[in-house]
Design a protein around this ligand. Structure first.
Ligand code: GRF
Length: 190
């Protein structure tokens, strides 16, 4: 069985990446993570190193401007020759070059029930608003901020005692299997 090659982009601890890597160890997994790219020396890169998967760090500060970084990021993703690109806690907006090269094949996971609470602080914003239910969304990436087609969602209760961290940890616990399931389904369909 040829596995669908998947590139994963991260910026943080990589718990979603770790979940994708764990699932890829199953013999029947329809995808393989062929590379991990980060915009910084993210701690989550350790998951890729441990699995012997190529990594590359594409720092904004290493490039003349944002457009040059967008091009460098797209070149790094292209070198991996993925069929799917997964943003798993990637904290930058992807620009026109990546959308032109991989549009329709980029997905993102977000720790809120979109269209509510888009952007970089979805958990904090939901908590501050006082919602009683929030959750995680996996979407197709388009040119907007968390505006792409919703592929899957799952809900979690917000507890009176929740802080941003406790709520985010509880969201991550359901977000990871949600993301793995979407990537498996998309990979199997290719
Ligand atoms: C995830 O909850 C993701 O939705 C959000 O940031 C978190 C990243 O966590 N954008 P990790 O790096 O996968 O542990």
């Amino acid at each position: 069985m040829t596995r669908t090659p998947v590139a994963v982009l991260i910026s943080g601890t990589g718990s979603n990446l770790a979940a994708l890597l764990r699932a890829a160890q199953e013999p029947t997994c329809p995808y393989a993570v062929v590379g991990v790219i980060a915009d910084r020396e993210a701690s989550g890169l350790e998951h890729a190193r441990g699995a012997g998967i190529p990594i590359e760090v594409v720092r904004l500060a290493d490039h003349a401007d944002r457009a040059a970084w967008d091009r460098a990021l797209t070149a790094a993703v292209t070198r991996l020759e993925p069929e799917l690109v997964v943003l798993a806690g990637f904290m930058k907006l992807v620009g026109p070059p990546l959308l032109a090269a991989f549009g329709g094949r980029i997905i993102n996971t977000h720790p809120a029930l979109l269209p509510a609470f888009p952007g970089a602080h979805g958990v904090r914003d939901a908590l501050a608003h006082g919602v009683k239910i929030t959750g995680a969304s996996v979407i197709e990436v388009d040119a907007g901020v968390d505006t792409g087609r919703i592929l899957a969602q799952t809900a979690v209760d917000v507890l009176e005692t929740d802080t941003e961290d406790t709520l985010h940890e509880r969201i991550k616990a359901v977000e990871q299997p949600l993301l793995v399931d979407v990537v498996r389904r998309l990979a199997a369909a290719r």
